[in-house]
Every structure is written in C-alpha cells, then in structure tokens.
Design a binder for this molecule. Structure first.
Ligand SMILES: [Zn+2]
Length: 346
C-alpha cells in the first residue's frame, strides 16, 4: 500500500533530495564509478588501482567528515555526517560538534556484562527539576542508521541551539544524553540509571527515528505516564504548533532507552516522527509487528520500510522532519519550564 510513497533519492551534484514519484532509490555515487571503462579509468587516474575503485564504488560510505556540518550547520547535514559510521565514529563526531559549538559535555563510561562504552551527556537550563531527552548513537548492525538514530541526535543538537538562542530555563534542566549500546538491549541507559544523579527528575523521553514524516508518535505512555507532566507538555507542544500527534501505550517487540527510566518508576516515553498518512497502518503494525502481511516491505508503514536495513540512509531523511522533532523538544522544554514556574513547589 505504500509503494507509491516509497522513498526516492534524486541526486543533484553532491547532494540529494526526496521525491515521491516512485522511481527507484539508488545512490549515484556508487554507480558513477562503474560507468567508466577500465581503460579510461587507467588513463585518468593512473596510479589508482582497480580494487580501490571497486571498494569506493561498492561502499559509498563516509562521504562527509565533520567539516561538512561545521562549515554550514543544519540538522540534515549532521545526519549526512553521522550516517554510515560506526558507534565509535558517531561518538567522536558528536563530541567534536559539541566542542566546536562550545557546548559543555561529559563522556561517562559504562560497563555491563554485555558491553563497555560511553554515554555522552550535556545539559541546558538551571532549574531544580529535570527531564532527560535522549537518542542513541550506536547504529543497528549492518545498517547506515540514518533514521535510527542519527536523525534524533541531529534533532537534539538543533533543539539545544534553539534553547540556547532563547535564553535560560529557570525552572527546568534538560539533560540530553546520547546513549551507547541501545541496540544491545539498551546497555548504556541501563547502566546510566543505576548510578546517575536523577534528583528532581520528572520524566524521560527517548527519541527514536526523527527523520521521516510530519507527525509525532508518543509511545509507552501507559497508565500514569499518559498524564505525566512530560507527556502533557509534549502533547501541548504538538497542539500549539498545529502538529498532528498520536499517543499510544506499551507496544510489543520495540524498545528504547526510556524503558530503563520507566524501570526506575520514572514517567518515560518513546517519541518518533512518522508520516501522518501512515497513522492507521502504523497503529496496525505496532500492535502486531509479526503479522504475515508485513513480510512485504511495501506494506509496512514508511518508517519501518528502512528500519534496521541497509536502506536506512541519509537520502531517506527529510530536513523538515528533523526540525519538527527539534521544535517538539524545544516547545516541550518551554512548556515544562512554564508549568514549573507557576507551581514552584512541584
Ligand atoms: Zn533505535
């Protein structure tokens, strides 16, 4: 049912844009090198070996280094830099970006029986109450991991910049965390909640897949969490901005770092950007992700067509979706700051 809306990359020079015209997705980068007959290539490149060319053609990875972002920062450009990279490289890029922007941050080591790694933590605001807003920097195995979850790293940095431009939050502190080893049963966040100072925390939101769509899906909003200050603030942010949203309870099969906070009794939700027109099929999918009809990739909601596959590339990401996620984070923080200022005892 989603075939017509399948992601398509149209390559214009070194950059690419989305079109929903049903043409096939393909990176021109890799194909162009194949078009030269070997004799021509030999004449032109001289000492470059054929094997190196083949390697370049088949793995068009790491086309952008961090300067691609720093010379002209945008959330989309940051996804281009982060996609196709390993978790260590992503952590390094994120650290370089925060350093270049003068954003104070800490790298916190964690160690569990399944993983050793680092979480990257930075904060905004001077309030007594705290929310955690996170993304994970480890990509899924064998996937470029653009939407999952480079997209949300980019949206979070964008949201930080928006907050910084606006000025202090006096009643709230937002702790942004890029967790490691989320794909490994969320080792980074599990370790984090055991030792972190979470005094004053009122909620945690894990942002997963921020790069495709025009509406907000809040998930794991079960029981009291549904009407927690955090979820109400996200809901108000979406409403005030005229952004369509859906709120659901626990869903089978999918997890994210917010669950480590929920296990500590903290109201915690996952937040995902998805196409509004996919809402019905998305609700069907998350209810029963193992159903037979999802075997056909084009039957799935758009965000699950590339999820955990080699097709989760930067070309599938829309700048507008990234900015929408950033706007939701920003407005949620302002809403909470304002609620907390009118209830100082909270
Ligand atoms: Zn993820």
């Amino acid at each position: 049912m989603n075939t017509a809306r399948k992601p398509v990359a149209v390559v214009v020079g070194a950059t690419s844009k989305w079109q929903a015209d049903g043409r096939n997705t393909k990176l021109a980068h890799g194909k162009a090198a194949h078009k030269f007959p070997m004799s021509t290539v030999s004449r032109i490149v001289g000492t470059i070996t054929a094997s190196l060319l083949v390697a370049c053609a088949t793995s068009p990875t790491k086309q952008y280094d961090v300067r691609h972002y720093l010379t002209r920062p945008s959330a989309y450009r940051l996804v281009e830099v982060l996609a196709e990279r390993s978790d260590e490289e992503r952590l390094q890029v994120a650290t370089q970006v925060l350093t270049a922007k003068g954003i104070p941050h800490k790298l916190e080591d964690f160690s569990t029986p399944r993983a050793n790694g680092k979480n990257l933590v930075f904060e905004y605001g001077s309030g007594r109450r705290l929310i955690v807003v996170s993304a994970h920097y480890d990509p899924p195995p064998d996937s470029p991991g653009a939407n999952d979850d480079a997209s949300c790293m980019a949206s979070i940095i964008e949201a930080y910049e928006m907050l910084r431009r606006r000025g202090d939050l006096r009643n709230l502190k937002v702790r942004f965390i890029f967790f490691g080893a989320e794909e490994l049963q969320r080792q980074g966040s599990k370790a984090y909640v055991r030792t972190a100072n979470l005094e004053g925390i009122i909620g945690a939101a894990s942002f997963e897949m921020c790069g495709i769509g025009d509406s907000v899906a809040v998930w794991s909003a079960e029981g009291d969490t549904r009407n927690s200050q955090l979820v109400l603030a996200i809901e108000k942010a979406a409403k005030d901005q005229g952004i369509h949203y859906g709120i659901v309870g626990n869903i089978p099969r999918y997890y994210s770092d917010h669950e480590s906070f929920a296990e500590m009794g903290i109201p915690a939700v996952g937040v995902t950007i998805a196409p509004r027109e996919d809402e019905a099929v998305l609700r069907e999918y998350i209810k029963d992700p193992n159903a037979f009809r999802w075997m056909r990739v084009e039957n799935r909601p758009l965000i699950f067509q590339t999820y955990h596959t080699k097709n989760d590339t930067a070309e599938t990401i829309s700048s507008a979706a990234l900015l929408l996620a950033a706007r939701i984070i920003y407005e949620t923080a302002l809403n909470l700051d304002s609620v907390l200022s009118s209830n100082p005892q909270e």
